[in-house]
Design a protein around this ligand. Sequence first.
Ligand SMILES: [Zn+2]
Length: 293
Amino acid sequence: MGFKLNGNGREWLVVLILAQFLIVFFLPDIRDYGQKFLRGIKSQSVGVSSQVLCVETEHFRVEYTKLDENDVYMVCASAEKALQALTEAGFPYTGEEKILLSIYPNTESLAESFGWERDEQAMGAYYDGKIGILAPTAWMGEEKNQLRFDREGPVLHELTHLIVDEMTEGHYNRWWTEGVAQYMEKKIYHFQMAPPEQIERFYSLEEMAQNFDRLQQRQVYWQALQAIEWMESMYSEDGLKAIMQEAAQEKDFYQGLKNVVGQDFADFQRNYENMMKIEWGTGCSVEKQPITH
Ligand SMILES: [Zn+2]
């Protein structure tokens, strides 16, 4: 597929590289996507004072300011590839509009645009139908490459948040969307964020729904993934999709959950906590964590 770079009229040819599992990368220490609901977006464009350039791919409208063109190319290729993979996995984007994706040159501009503190170190963000992505050069430097960006970068993760939002029509919570996003990263790119080293106690689903950003980040992301993998093992991916469809229909996530699993939230949460204790012990260390790459 080709797409046009409106900024200077150059044509790019996107070549998707399929041999993505040949190289094993070390996991980054922590990759906090910091999806901060309710804080609002101060600006929907990449920069207020800089000239915003735009490139359109088949499914995305990508905005950026002065950036290395290779960064723009890399993000565009990754976005189309992630969308195709999610579609093939049965989680398609069904909106008619092109998806708005902004690329930010550094973590400060990304944080500022999404209304966070400037010292937030997120690599990507999703809010209200819009995706923000940190430029590949900002965290990979000159060593940047497409395969690593696809796999370890934030594009697939943030795109999954958008699709969850769409499928549930906004009726979901943080542990659900963070769990599904990581589930997709693991399924499609065999990538998993670093697990927690120590666990004092397991968080409840309720705590994770209410206070996701204030809990220990490695642990809360990891627990969200455990929740989704546990549910997938019982209800399959069709069950995950059914919960989202029911949530949209009921306009209530927990009612949607109940319709599919046949338990109210209190029972469901108790079962989750029991599963965590059986699978991982009562806390202390996560010795059974499989090595992922
Ligand atoms: Zn996320």
